[in-house]
Ligand binder design. Structure first.
Ligand SMILES: C[S@@+](CC[C@H](N)C(=O)[O-])C[C@H]1O[C@@H](n2cnc3c(N)ncnc32)[C@H](O)[C@@H]1O
Length: 259
């Protein structure tokens, strides 16, 4: 298995939360799914609890699992302030064993793109199957690849985010560019951080595995999952060529056909 190479990006959960503070679109979708499929719920790669905490606030029993200590610390801080109860687990989603099974496991916000090789994907899917209850559901959320974005000019800069620095150093401006390796299907992204008036930019690398629609469906199939629904966005419209998202709801073959 390839080592996880995104740790540096997630070294400060405060930056992650400020960067993503306006992205709320997926929360109602996961709330609907948790109400439909029931608790307990497990979120893989839960980060700072951006989705986990609003679900727990509805009184739903949820476990958040992530490999990053700084992201989990931020999640715990936020949950403590709100006085809500979440079980936080520090673990690798490719190798975990909890003494519990779940009615719903979800892997949101493109996090599967951090799993870059077949061994990682197989191990993760195998752990998911071990932790699903009878007829339990697994949901994956990853963008539908856009060739125009993957092949855009790597010498240009494209905007990512702008937010106030949590340590009061001014405004953080993040821009990016990327080079796509079609052989490995890895999109090699560089994020350029400019903080306040400092002249020097900080450059962080982010490698994302690209999953094409048929490939992802087949990876699930050959790893023992049946796809129940594939949506193209959080409003649950069916997946089609121009859909922004691949939102797959599936269950383990082991349970035969399911409602
Ligand atoms: C894009 S963030 C998503 C966080 C959160 N789910 C959300 O929606 O805001 C990706 C998360 O994946 C986590 N991650 C990456 N590789 C992982 C692995 N192998 N096991 C568990 N977590 C992992 C990172 O630490 C990070 O918190």
């Amino acid at each position: 298995m390839k080592p996880i190479d995104c740790g540096h990006l997630y070294r400060d959960g405060r930056h992650y939360d400020l960067q993503n503070k306006d992205f709320l679109d997926d929360i109602p979708f996961y709330l609907r799914q948790t109400k439909k499929y029931g608790e307990p719920v497990l979120e893989l790669a839960c980060g700072t609890g951006r989705i986990t905490i609003p679900i727990a606030e509805e009184g739903i029993q949820i476990t958040g699992l992530d490999i990053s200590e700084p992201m989990l610390s931020q999640a715990k801080r936020k949950a403590a302030i709100k006085g809500i109860n979440v079980e936080w687990i520090k673990a690798d989603c490719r190798n975990f064993k909890l003494n519990k099974k779940f009615n719903l496991i979800f892997f949101p916000f493109n996090s599967i793109a951090h799993l870059q090789d077949l061994e990682s994907i197989k191990s993760c899917f195998s752990c998911v199957k071990m932790h699903l209850k009878d007829k339990g559901r697994f949901i994956i959320d990853i963008f539908n690849p856009r060739l125009d974005i993957l092949t855009r000019d790597p010498s240009k800069r494209y905007p990512v985010a702008e937010y106030p620095d949590p340590d009061g150093k001014g405004t953080v401006v993040i821009t990016e560019n990327n080079t796509y390796d079609a052989a490995t299907q890895i999109n090699r992204i560089k994020w350029y951080y400019k903080i306040g008036i400092q002249a020097e930019e900080v450059v962080e690398k982010l490698n994302m595995r690209i999953f094409y629609p048929q490939e992802l469906d087949e990876l699930l199939y050959y790893n023992g999952f049946t796809i129940k629904a594939k949506f193209g966005n959080y409003d649950e419209t069916p997946f089609e060529s121009t859909s922004p998202k691949q939102l797959i709801v599936c269950y383990s073959h082991k349970w035969g056909d399911s409602d």
